[in-house]
Design a protein around this ligand. Structure first.
Ligand code: SF4
Length: 322
């Protein structure tokens, strides 16, 4: 059995909106009781519309936002309790993030060589020569030339900048990388190159990825398993094969229906998403999807559905199966 590299248990991230003279501050449960395991060497995708809590989950794992309750276990240590400088340093050696926007994630005043050296200078005792060798190795790994180490971020295209951001994420030799919408700011023609690079890194180095995206065609291509998130909750999880061939939750079916080329079988159920995603400040009671679900019945409006297990890997929360 493949071991878990990361376990998230009953995680809640709650924040308060600002008050104005028209409204009182409201409590927003951006990540709601999320339990999830990431297996060593896999690419687990988190799918869902913008605003569903995917990026907040990523930030909570990276300790960039505070989680109010629950656990995030990395090698059986709850990272929410890490406070000491040494502990945090060790954590960030193992876990790295690639952000969506390669235009804002690289310091425009630093040469690429310095951007890549910096984490090694701060976090290791390596000699200057050893650091230079690692920097050259990583820049080659992402398909760029050593000459680019002397240049500044503005001298590169979006795709090249994202390659540099990936090289920086790899610099401390992490075990686990969170890729938060890593291609959505790039031209379509460049997206495939970056996705192929991430896939290659996973295959060659045994890296584990949490891959966050709203784009199901990218997710289908890259991921081993998929967790579908709606208003802060995981509502369905399964292998990529299970979710694409036998989606269960009406929301998953609606997401698949919105990409016709992923759903070529005319016998497959087509569900059109009704209305907009409710704002996180006004999360519906009961099943959170009931305001947009064509199958909603009375109890969906008041009671949250339990999880139904279809296989060792496939689970979903919907009254249609309870
Ligand atoms: Fe739709 Fe009810 Fe299932 Fe929610 S629980 S997805 S509202 S049928």
């Amino acid at each position: 059995m493949v071991e878990n590299i990361l376990e998230i248990k009953n995680l809640n991230v709650i924040y308060k909106t600002k008050s104005s003279f028209l409204s009182e501050p409201k409590t927003v449960n951006a990540v709601n009781d999320v339990t999830l395991e990431v297996k060593k060497g896999e690419i687990l995708a988190i799918a869902g519309e913008s605003g569903c809590g995917k990026s907040t989950l990523a930030k909570a794992i990276m300790k960039l936002v505070e989680a109010q309750s629950g656990e995030i276990l990395l090698e059986n240590k709850n990272i929410l309790n890490l406070k000491k400088r040494e502990e945090l340093k060790n954590f960030y050696k193992k876990v790295q993030i690639i952000f969506q926007n390669p235009y804002s994630s690289l310091n425009p005043k630093m040469r690429i060589g310095q951007i890549l050296k910096e984490p090694l200078e701060i976090n290791t005792e390596l000699s200057k020569k050893e650091i230079e060798e690692i920097v050259k190795d990583r820049i080659k790994k992402v398909g760029l030339d050593e000459n680019c180490l002397e240049l500044y971020p503005h001298e590169f295209s979006g795709g090249q900048r994202q390659r540099i951001a990936i090289a920086r994420a790899l610099i401390l030799n992490p075990e686990f990388i969170i890729a938060d919408e890593p291609v959505s700011a790039l031209d379509v023609s460049i997206q495939a190159q970056i996705i192929n690079l991430l896939k290659q890194l996973k295959d060659e180095s045994g890296l584990t990825f949490l891959f966050i995206s709203h784009d199901l065609s990218v997710i289908k291509y890259i991921s081993d398993r998929i967790a579908v998130m709606y208003l802060g909750e995981i509502i369905e999880i399964g292998t990529t094969e299970e979710l694409f061939s036998e989606p269960k939750h009406p929301y998953t079916k609606a997401l698949l229906s919105s990409v016709p080329e992923l759903n070529p079988d005319s016998k497959k159920e087509i569900i059109h998403l009704q209305g907009e995603l409710p704002s996180p400040e006004n999360i519906p009671k009961g099943c959170k999807f009931h305001t947009r679900c064509p199958y909603a019945v009375e109890k969906c409006k008041t009671n949250p559905p339990e999880e139904t297990i279809f296989s060792d890997t496939h689970k979903c929360k919907c009254f249609l199966y309870n």
